[in-house]
Design a protein around this ligand. Sequence first.
Ligand SMILES: Nc1ncnc2c1ncn2[C@@H]1O[C@H](COP(=O)(O)OP(=O)(O)OP(=O)(O)O)[C@@H](O)[C@H]1O
Ligand SMILES: [Mg+2]
Length: 259
Amino acid sequence: MKKIIAFAGKGGVGKTTNLALFLKYLLETKEDLKDILVIDSDPDANVADVIGKEISFGETIGGKMRVLKEKIQKRQLPLDVPKNQIIEGDVYRCLIEMDRFDLLEMGRQEGEGCYCYINSVLKNCIDTLSKNYDITLLDSPAGLEHFARKTGRDVTDLVIVTDPSKMGIHTMKRILEISDEVELKFENIWILGNRFPKNLREILKKEVESLNKDNVKLLGFISNNDEIGEVNLTGGNLLKLSENNQSYQEAKQIFAKIV
Ligand SMILES: Nc1ncnc2c1ncn2[C@@H]1O[C@H](COP(=O)(O)OP(=O)(O)OP(=O)(O)O)[C@@H](O)[C@H]1O
Ligand SMILES: [Mg+2]
């Protein structure tokens, strides 16, 4: 079983938080699962933040690629090594080994000039890299651009997170529309209602039913939780949430549908 699971949705709806809850679920309940890769595409190193890890720009792909671009411009690269091999080496050096999973921080792309070549090689490297892992979790940046650019091509499970807001649900629908337009194929698309009070859950259920699509399913709901808010504010580690935390209990139930 190889899965690439991406978390998408409007800004601030809880993509990174739920990715961390999912990671905690995998680490604590799937002991035979050895190879987990987490790719954080957010320029601001969101995932590292919620697992209490500090990462410098130089440790991110963006940091490494800035150095590489300068070297290309100054013609300082060895001529006998193909550029894609150098990029590949950089990607492997960026892997941060955590306890039982690896983390890859994409970081910001700084400076001017075209990153097209670098980005296309990068995409291939990351596709190849994730083949070495049973499960790859991907924290997508907010917004829709990367869907339109088809960067989600190899994702098996797309989790679209929405909070109880019109805009959250609107973005959810736009992601579904764009995925159709550019013919992205996912095995499953899951809708996750984050911070939904019980009395509003029926609304999202109805929305998902009215989509009438076989591969789009309601994953479930995660309640608003004070401990999660506190961890975020104090720079703590969501992987260390207490076992009886209500949202984590809910997360365990709903994520079992995916893995
Ligand atoms: N279930 C929850 N209970 C309490 N607070 C939550 C919950 N989910 C998310 N939050 C809080 O909401 C804020 C945004 O969450 P998060 O960073 O996960 O969203 P995001 O979608 O990744 O945002 P961005 O688009 O900026 O990457 C954070 O402060 C987080 O702690
Ligand atoms: Mg985030």
